[in-house]
Design a protein around this ligand. Sequence first.
Ligand SMILES: N[C@@H](CCC(=O)N[C@@H](CS)C(=O)NCC(=O)O)C(=O)O
Length: 427
Amino acid sequence: MVIDISHNKPLPNWEKLLQVAQQNTTAKWILRTEQSPRTATISSYIDRLNPGEKSSVLLYRDTNAWCPFCERVWLALEEKQIPFEVELINLKDKPQWYKDMVPTGLVPAVKIEGELVYESKDILLALENKFDSFPLLPKEPQERSVALDMIEAFESNGLVKSGYQFLFYSRQNTEMTPEQKEVQLLSLQTTFETKLDQFEETLGQYPGVYFMQEFSLVDIMYTPAIRRLAVNLPVFRGYSIHNNDRFPRINQWLMAIDQRQAYQRIKPSARTNNLVMQNIFSLQPIYEGKPEPQVEFASLEKDYRMEAAGRLSSNYQTLVADILKNSGIKTWASQESLAIIESVIDLYLRGLVYYLIEGSIPSFSDLSVDAKTEQQNEVKEKAVADPAVGAIALAFLRNRVCVPRDMSANAAVAFQTAIDNMLSCIY
Ligand SMILES: N[C@@H](CCC(=O)N[C@@H](CS)C(=O)NCC(=O)O)C(=O)O
């Protein structure tokens, strides 16, 4: 036990919770005071720099961590164990200095020893040229040239393009009959499947699960797009690459990529990818998303539980404010009760963090909160930890997490599992 709250002691404060979580996770993030998001994942190897030493690489990536091209560069940096710094660019409101600096205005871009490189493919090759740690291209010239050809082929072989045409097909066209639309959709599916057959064949060219003998830049080029297609097509088209007998090598490849150590804190979750398609690209799920399989709390790795606990503790003020503002609580709560409600939300979030750290759900029935009036900042009244407020706060947060912006995919599984378990204890 790390924190003792037995004998009806109050839950620990946020500082204590954050301290314990940070001591028990390898995840690294920074606090971005007064900015959104308030926390950001940083290089796993930043500690390798000497005190005062600047990293030779600065990565410009999108604030929401949705960009598949940024994901490529981020993954290469982690695979090569390069300590790097990050500057987040808000794509909805790109700073003028960024547009002036990068001719395309797009992310990602990097500065390597002060020199600007943009376009993800060019960045990958530049990093490979500059840093010989953990090579991501074969040394043997013939094999290297095959790898470079495969990297070039990403743009021209039509695999990803045909996948996205199938995913984004819109039935809105009013000049076609429903039957004609179905025929068109089926033809897009067939084209994509033919491309997947070619992909399957390419993966068979070398022994092992990757494109080349070893994991390489070729895998990095394809990873973000293929993973996004694999998690979005079942939800928006009812089409599955995963567990599809026609594509055994692609499935092995997806699984191997998913398990790479360097990818663990970068990969997006299926849920985040689906929500991006739904909310940003207005795709409609064709069937209700299956509930994610239940995970046993005991099977969650401590490192990731602690990461979730730490990220939440670093960001609790924003989360409490977000719940108050956007969960619907304000539509029924009286103005006078808001201070108490805020304290109850805070208490349940600390309870969630406590659970992530300790593995046991605190008993809220024994706990009360002190609500302070805003003006006087003094205790006005004591309130019981109303489970209804706790349930709203937890249910709201469960889908709010954006991966990997707010925490890694594995940490998000821990976070959501803990919330599910707490909710089932409330009602
Ligand atoms: N070919 C570019 C594509 C980069 C790209 O499309 N980035 C998008 C984010 S996913 C972007 O910066 N969009 C902002 C905009 O269009 O203004 C690369 O590989 O780096």
